[in-house]
Design a protein around this ligand. Structure first.
Ligand SMILES: Nc1ncnc2c1ncn2[C@@H]1O[C@H](COP(=O)(O)OP(=O)(O)OP(=O)(O)O)[C@@H](O)[C@H]1O
Length: 611
């Protein structure tokens, strides 16, 4: 392997007769004047005279061919391999043409590639095209992961990619970008497994109900299986967790109502006026209700008449209360805004938001657990605003108290992870969850609160947040507007950007400030799997088989059954089956059992007999 053609201080071409190059592999150029120079292949080509070389649309740099010829390559006969190599550090002078090139030893690249040990970092995958350096790699870096490729679990061949967790103190946030099916969720799962391994408190917003870690991948050998059950907890908004109304500040309440559906200025005003400290849901609800009912009457006279016409003391009292509210607030709180707030409040209540609190989440985080908060995107938008504000401020108060030498309850540093993050921090319009995420993206570092934000559409994510994501995982991306955003927001090179639409699922460019460059990685095989991995068609088959089994168990003891007996057994079957069944359905189910040869059907003078 030799340097060929015109060189610069940053870039050279390398030619070889017998060794094909791979993108992203490292090579060492032995420059006689400047010593060893490390470079990375950014483009690999083969040249054969019958097929003109064409790099990037330009016809081959004739200097490359000339110098190949000059240093003894038979370019008319042989196939020649050519690599474009970018130096890791700029050379002082242009590289000497004709310099020999060799593959580096592990210790020569170690500083570029390994920044943390496996006990303290996140073991996320394998650095692609580093297999040649594996032999003399440190023992503790060997055999620490598997990849899953070509439908098989593959042993580690190359240098592991270990994300340096401690460096996050300096470079705190991570972005995960990639189109549908590119391996984003799978990658997130691996990150979360690693966070659990290290007992890092983590909160995951999971709109897809997929971040469950109970099921192991089928491909995993027994000795690799790991029980995560004590390390994570899935909690559903509205069932397991919610907002304790009594703890809400007026701003929290406004955020919640706004997340439910946008508040006008007048509505904001209504909350400021009508919401009292220590209000319970019921007391606030009743105040809104009674005021709006009084406003519906339309005037003080009409309300007075209601008081006079009341037939019971309770009714009189209720209308007196309404009158009081009407006198105090009618002028400042327009009816439509009161109704608007009332309607939004009811909606949140009906969704169960106020039925619980976040105690379980706080306790889980304090124990170093991964807490998965599940709910529809809308519910999570509403709830996360409250939750994140709350947790972030708890952590902030604790740290601030430390600085000020005052006391505050301990609250640990933690990660916030979410898929579909553009829904929580959209570009171009305001939403309550965006404000808190923006604040954390800008200030979280100080307090030890870290973000991992995944999205299919980086273009739709709030720009000021994207700019704060110091480490970016870039999976396959096809949409040109997203590729453009990625190019603007990361240091990926033009050659890498061109490869983005063709990346395999699970292959990723990791652009990180710690590494100072982009690294091409295969995400390791996850240990656990998503509960949704069952193919929908297999699911259909499984479901109907289970249903058939269930029906068979019920009917087995009643055989033989004549068609004429259907009506008499229907009630009993229905009861045991637990669902309403009519005569036609009963017959259909019996026919299915005949079809699958579980039972037999014979014709008799009294109709069909099943046995
Ligand atoms: N590192 C990997 N190793 C092995 N298989 C992978 C890897 N990454 C992804 N896959 C496979 O590719 C498929 C798609 O991956 P995944 O579900 O993570 O995509 P996605 O980017 O999250 O898509 P979407 O945004 O639509 O959910 C999965 O079936 C998964 O099994």
């Amino acid at each position: 392997m030799k340097v060929v053609g015109i060189t610069t201080q940053q870039e050279v071409y390398i030619g070889s007769k017998d060794r094909n190059f791979r993108i992203n592999e490292f090579l060492i150029i032995m420059d006689e004047a400047q010593g060893d120079l490390m470079g990375e292949v950014v483009e690999a080509n083969t040249y054969n005279r019958y097929i003109p070389l064409n790099i990037n649309g330009d016809l081959v740099d004739s200097s490359v061919l000339e110098s190949l010829r000059a240093i003894g390559y038979n370019i008319d006969e042989d196939t020649i391999y050519i690599a474009k190599v970018r130096l890791i550090n700029e050379a002082q002078y242009p590289v000497e043409t004709g310099s020999d090139v060799r593959v580096p030893k592990f210790y020569e690249v170690k500083d570029f590639m390994v920044k943390a040990n496996k006990e303290e970092g996140l073991v996320l995958g394998l650095i692609r095209n580093t297999d040649q350096m594996e032999e003399d790699m440190d023992e503790e870096l060997k055999n620490i992961l598997y990849t899953f490729e070509d439908d098989k679990l593959q042993p580690q061949k190359g240098i592991p990619y270990i994300l340096d967790l401690k460096s996050m103190h300096q470079y705190p946030h991570i972005g995960v970008f990639g189109g549908s099916g590119s391996g984003k969720s799978f990658g997130l799962r691996v990150v979360l497994e690693e966070l659990m391994k290290l007992n890092i408190p983590t909160i995951v917003l999971d709109p897809h109900f997929e971040m469950d870690f109970s099921e192991m991948q089928e491909y995993l050998p027994d000795d690799e299986k790991e029980d995560f059950s004590g390390k994570f907890k899935c909690l559903q908004v509205g069932y397991d967790v919610g907002v304790k109304f009594e703890d809400l500040s007026p701003q929290d309440l406004k955020n919640l109502l706004d997340a439910s559906s946008t508040l006008t200025d007048a509505m904001n005003n209504v909350v400021d006026i009508l919401y009292k400290r220590k209000d319970s849901y019921q007391s606030f609800h009743d105040r809104l209700k009674m005021l709006s009912e009084a406003q519906e009457e339309g005037s003080q006279e009409k309300i007075k008449r209601r008081i006079e016409e009341a037939t019971t003391t309770a009714e009189t009292e209720a209308w007196k209360k309404r009158k009081e509210l009407y006198d105090s607030y009618d002028k400042t709180c327009p009816y439509s805004s009161v109704k608007g707030i009332f309607w939004r409040l009811r909606k949140l209540y009906n969704e169960g938001i106020f039925s619980n609190d976040i105690h379980e989440i706080e306790e889980g985080l304090k124990l170093g657990k991964l807490i998965v908060v599940q709910g529809s995107t809308r519910m999570l938008q509403v709830f996360s605003t409250y939750l994140l504000n709350n947790l972030y401020h708890k952590r902030r108060d604790f740290k601030d108290a430390l600085y000020k030498h005052t006391t505050s309850d301990y609250f640990p540093p933690f990660f916030i992870v979410t898929d579909e993050s553009h829904n929580f921090a959209p570009k171009g319009y305001e939403c309550p969850s965006k404000a808190v995420l923006k604040e954390i993206s800008q200030e979280g570092r100080k307090y030890g609160v870290f973000l991992i934000l995944a999205t299919q559409r980086p273009t739709l994510l709030e720009e000021t947040i994207t700019a704060q994501l110091n480490t970016k995982f870039i999976f396959r991306t096809v949409r040109s507007s997203d590729i453009q955003t990625i190019r603007e927001e990361t240091d990926i090179k033009e050659e890498e950007a061109r490869r983005l639409p063709y990346l395999k699922s699970g292959d990723v460019f990791i652009s990180s400030a710690t590494m100072g460059r982009t690294i091409y990685v295969r995400i390791r095989a996850s240990k656990t799997r998503s509960p949704h991995t069952l193919n929908p068609f297999d699911e259909l088959k499984k479901y109907s088989k289970e249903e058939e089994e269930k029906f068979y168990r019920i009917i087995k003891d009643k055989l033989p059954i004549n068609e004429s007996q259907f009506l008499s057994i229907l009630g009993e079957v229905e009861k045991e089956y637990g669902e309403a069944i009519n005569m036609d359905q009963l017959k259909e189910k019996m026919e299915k059992l005949v079809e699958s040869e579980k039972i037999e059907k014979v014709a008799t003078p009294f109709g069909d007999m099943y046995k």
